[in-house]
Design a protein around this ligand. Sequence first.
Ligand SMILES: *Cc1c(COP(=O)(O)O)cnc(C)c1O
Length: 378
Amino acid sequence: MKIPFLNLLDANIPYMQEIEEAVMRVLRSGRYVGGEETERFEQMLAKTTGTEYAVGVSNGLDALRLIFKAYIELGQLRPGDEVIVPANTYIASILAVMDAGLTPVFAEPHPATMNLDTTRLGEYLTERTRAILAVHLYGRPCYDQTMADFARRHDLLIVEDNAQAIGAKAPISGINGSSNTGALGHAAAFSFYPTKNIGAMGDAGAVTTDDCEVAAAVRALANYGSDRRYHNIYIGGNCRLDPIQAAILSVKLPHLAEESARRQKIARIYRDNISVPQVILPDNPTEGSHVWHQFVIRTVHRDHLRQLLAEEGIGTDIHYAVPPHRQPALSKYVALHLPITDSIADTAISLPIGSSLTDTEAAHVASIINRKLLTIVN
Ligand SMILES: *Cc1c(COP(=O)(O)O)cnc(C)c1O
């Protein structure tokens, strides 16, 4: 049985006919930037997330960048302000903070959740701390009462990086009363990169917020800084959501609950069937919900196990093999002492998970892991 880490074509097959119709509708509309398709998707995303506003943008990185730039334009953040970011994340989270002229402060994850350890936030607080970038990594909401209390006590903005957790629910409701990721903090960034839980067929992203000023600033910054035609109030860019992608996403977004349920089922199969002591299974929150963008197990035999699985035709990946602070581009942060982040990078393996994976395939992956690890002597 050959099981690729992810097959994007298979994941899109159930939607293909509707997607073809949606794309043709855009091609025949004569409107190729902005317009009805984009607006319809924005309304659908705001409704699904439970926020007042959603602004479609070019990708997840731009969504994050534009949020931080909007806060700077609105005077709520100043260049040089510090943003607490998890050290265990995709580099985009860090790049967005830096691109806006803000200073990332790398925070260690909790070893069990692999997400921000909210009990340690105080270690990173200085008089320049103004925001937390809450990255719901692997689809697991990282917002909790401890983070909410900390942010309120120190008057910090909470920006969500919801690239991996669309459809997840936090254990508590956020500042506007909803527990949906994307509606927990002051503003949230979404990515619809093709591999994400709801993936476009190209790059796409969005910003959600209940703050009309933030929504308007993000929209203007994404459109040359223009608040109305030929009137530019900011030094903006071109970071708009393409209507073809919006039309494709409008086909897929109504199926978010089924997509999440499918991933939750696969995660349950892995959790119920992987039973070797050498594997640490990912923590499964009992309150709220995890949407399993990645199913990340940990083992000290990581590289050996990956190779044995590859020999059995099972694809795996590592999220992330080199953490941001060890990337050449971020060499000024290489001396940071982040042992938990480093240990995750050395021991994590992401197993195949996606809506096209069958129950039988997931059970097969679990049994091969058990069998192979029993042959590895500690
Ligand atoms: C994918 C991702 C991004 C960036 O999204 P793009 O659409 O690829 O720009 C940002 N943060 C996290 C955590 C991601 O997984």
